[in-house]
Design a binder for this molecule. Structure first.
Ligand SMILES: Nc1nc2c(ncn2[C@@H]2O[C@H](COP(=O)(O)OP(=O)(O)OP(=O)(O)O)[C@@H](O)[C@H]2O)c(=O)[nH]1
Length: 398
């Protein structure tokens, strides 16, 4: 070959390389175009001025990392699905709060009683009964009734609007707007002195809505511009793993799971944390199997999952998912779960269509930890950060 031939081949190689680079850049750009826009985040470290544009998790299985038979991936195959753009956290409560009022037996009944004007003993008893039926709990109900009666003596009960104002203020005080409800998602510094993703463990009884909640919280975080990894540690129910994979796929979030049914959930949880750190994710959310609080070995298993997840860095949050319709039974669950794994926040699901909003107060009192999210429907974005004022206004709206 002549020198000219070599020059021609070199030129062709350069053109080919440039073509490949342009193609890869084009694919990445079009993928980013499918992703949610940056939003102002209500969470610490959320998307904002500092975070800038960043790559999202890959759509196909990231390589390796299959300790304990666990692997990560969305199962999306070769063709990249169009990613959904989840609703930002800030607008959700406003959109969904009508569902609380619609279920509003509480507001309607209270307003009907108060509007009678001069309240008699049987009216007071009816108010008390209404609050108890809304699962406010005995202690908070007694407190509220005492304040209400005292104020009624001062203000007189011929002005229903004044008493309603007192009722609103008292309910708000009980719901406690001062509680810190932000999800703790700042990075944690591990024993190795390195920054690790915030890991969040999600627990609760069967059917409370854990898997759905993990998927929904992932969407909230993605909408806020965070990189998330999910851990499918509900290895007991094969459908739960598939369910979580679908949640992940829809927003381009990798899901760490095991190929083996009945695999050790602690191993899957550990692998999720490891994968999250390797990917440089912000948050790792781990789903667990539903368990009855009276099954001691299953409660011990939760403790083990948390310990194993904490090997490199402490678990940031343990969220207890409670079905709001289970009423006082939920309180017992809350106590036992809290003893097993130190619950740091509560997610109340199925508050849509339930007149049991008082459980917010009861469960916060019982555990001393805040309700952080409320589930208000089966739609993918029907989970909202809890807003104390909005909540009280909605349940009183009737
Ligand atoms: N209406 C309504 N339904 C909900 C809400 N949250 C969850 N659900 C429904 O509750 C059902 C159970 O949800 P899952 O997420 O599968 O419950 P789980 O706790 O993971 O179940 P196990 O793994 O069996 O313990 C599903 O049909 C969900 O759609 C909510 O806020 N409102």
């Amino acid at each position: 070959m002549t020198g000219q031939d070599y020059a021609l081949i070199a030129g062709l190689v350069v053109i080919l390389l440039l073509g490949i680079v342009a193609l890869v850049a084009g694919v990445r750009k079009s993928r980013r175009a499918q992703l949610p826009p940056e939003q102002r985040s209500p969470f610490p470290g959320g998307a904002g001025a500092e975070t800038g544009e960043r790559d999202q998790p890959p759509l196909t299985d990231p390589a390796g990392g299959a300790g304990a038979g666990a692997g990560a991936g969305t199962g999306a195959g070769v063709s990249a699905p169009t990613l959904e753009r989840p609703e930002a956290a800030g607008t959700r409560f406003q959109r969904l709060k009508a569902r609380l009022s619609r279920s509003g037996a509480l507001g309607n009944r209270l307003l009907a009683i108060l509007s009678r004007g001069d309240l008699r003993e049987e009216d007071w008893e009816e108010i008390e009964e209404t609050l108890l039926m809304a699962d406010l709990g005995l202690g908070p109900t007694t407190e509220l009734m005492d304040h209400l009666r005292t104020q009624a003596k001062v203000l007189g009960t011929s002005d229903p609007a004044a008493i309603q104002g007192v009722l609103r203020a008292e309910l708000l005080r009980l719901v406690d707007p001062s509680m810190d409800r932000a999800l703790k998602i700042e990075h944690v510094v591990g024993d190795d002195g390195e920054k690790h993703p915030a890991s969040i463990l999600v627990v609760g009884v069967n059917g409370a809505g854990k898997t759905t909640t993990v998927g929904k919280i992932a969407r909230v975080l993605v909408a806020e511009g965070h990189d998330v990894v999910l851990g499918a540690a509900d290895t007991f129910r094969a459908a739960a793993v598939q369910q979580l994979s679908t949640w992940g796929e829809r927003v381009g979030v990798p899901v760490v799971k095991s190929d083996k049914e009945g695999a050790d959930p602690a191993s899957v949880a550990f692998e999720a944390v490891r994968q999250g750190a390797a990917d440089g994710a912000d948050v790792v959310l781990v789903d667990t199997a539903g368990r009855l609080q009276n099954k001691a070995h299953l409660m011990d298993e939760l403790g083990k999952i948390k310990r194993v997840m904490s090997r490199k860095a402490p678990v940031r949050e343990v969220l207890l998912v409670l079905d709001a319709t289970t009423g006082q039974n939920g309180m017992r669950q809350a106590q036992v779960f809290s003893e097993a794994v130190d619950v740091t926040g509560i997610v109340l699901t199925k508050l849509d269509g339930s007149a049991k909003g008082g459980i917010v107060v009861a469960v916060q009192r019982e555990l001393g930890v805040p309700v952080k999210f409320v589930g208000l429907g089966e739609g993918a974005d029907d989970l909202a950060p809890f807003d104390a004022e909005g909540f009280v206004d909605a349940i009183l709206a009737g």
